[in-house]
Write a protein that binds this ligand. Sequence first.
Ligand code: HEM
Length: 490
Amino acid sequence: LKQLLFKKPNEPPMVFHWFPVIGSTITYGMDPYRFFFANKQKYGDVFTFVLLGRKMTVCLDTKGNNFILNGKIKDVNAEEIYNPLCGPVFGKDVVYDCPNAKLMEQKKFVKFGLTQEALRSYVTLITAEVQDFVKRHKVFKGQKGTFNVPKVMAELTIYTASRSLQGEEVRNMFDAKFADLFHDLDLGFSPINFMLSWAPLPHNRARDNAHNAMIQVYSQIVRERRSGAVKREGHDMIWHLMECKYKDGTPVPEHEIAGIMIALLMAGQHSSSSTIAWILLRLATRPELVEELLQEQKDVLGADLPPLTYEGLQKLPLHAQTVKETLRLHTPIHSIMRKVKQPLVVDGTNYIVPTSHTLMSSPGVSARMDSHFVNPSHWDPHRWDAGMHNYEDSADAETIDYGWGVVSKGTNSPYLPFGAGRHRCIGEQFAYLQLQTILVAFVREFKIRNVGGKREVIVETDYSSLFSRPLNPAVVEWERRGKGEEAELG
Ligand code: HEM
């Protein structure tokens, strides 16, 4: 009754809850999509709920995605929400610890560093890393066995991303001290840090020590490279950032290069390792699709499966569709948040969202709606056979140039796993390249399937962190391919 009586007219409806501060924290936290769909049915596309004392206004479907993700900078703000969590992890003067205009310049540096030449070299480096990984990893000894997909894929992703984007020095350190530093720094993204970002949590000391040590490591790499002690080889992002200048002519200082590299490592690692894990977990439910993927490689690249190239990768639509379809149902970022800077009327409604609320968008909801996708809960890479077209890129859409890329101004796509607007992901191209290259190499090496041939995906999603991922452990069977492809699973 109190919730009804004290609701201001024109504010969006409040999701009913029994306890004031806890609000809907538990139901939302356990399964955000179930929560969003249940409340969408009760209240419509716009509603407010209480998350640990904060009022979150959710705006769903394509209108809601567009309203929040393409919100103007005077209306909505990301850094005030994300910096308490990301600031201590990424560091000073980068990403959310600086004015948005500076972030836009930093995004431009990264985007422009992903040149064709760089991407071309990454395909070779990533392939070599996967081949080496499956040769030396203990779970892949022998002819067949099982492996815990999320754990093993997290390891593999860090090696492939570090060898390509991060550069050889960082990759070599991952076998030794860097892995521990990464682990400690990652504690900064624990769910508890998100909930209590202001609190002096016990693991924050380990996080801060790891952060300082990592900044030192990257700064040292930059200094050694600048001194000429390390010869320029390859196209990693550190080399590129060392050459970038802000609009006012200032080169990117060492600590900012370090911070940007840490941000790329953290942003890329969780999203990509979760996605490749889901790809394999989904393929394990459909072993015949693994064979179809191998056949695609043979048909397009040649029956003898020559070494993969960047050009070859572009010619494998089913591989790209497998990534795309997996991101539809398993987008790693289930909730995107913005601070409200001035009272906002929600597009197409009479609702006014006050500045005391936080806006929440979930493009994963429109990606699961049957008004946009036939049989949406069914995972099927072939649903994209007619084309990988994204409404967002349609020629008649109005666009805006953020400096780092031209993005649709009013997106009406129900499929936005990489977000939209000024904060849209800059890692999409690299992520696709990394995920597809791993997939190509994996399919060449192994057959996979669920234990007992189960056709359903074997684990639920763990939503407890900022990035959702498959619950650990999730064990599937692998079998090494015979020379003549005659090996049979089981
Ligand atoms: C932002 C998704 C991989 C770097 C974002 C956002 C999404 C996203 C939805 C927007 C967040 C928001 O609006 O608040 C993904 C997915 C990935 C992926 C699904 C992989 C499957 C990567 C990789 C990198 C990266 C590999 C780095 C190489 C970034 C950065 C931002 C971002 C720096 C922040 C941009 C900003 O706030 O302006 N990503 N990402 N991402 N992503 Fe990714």
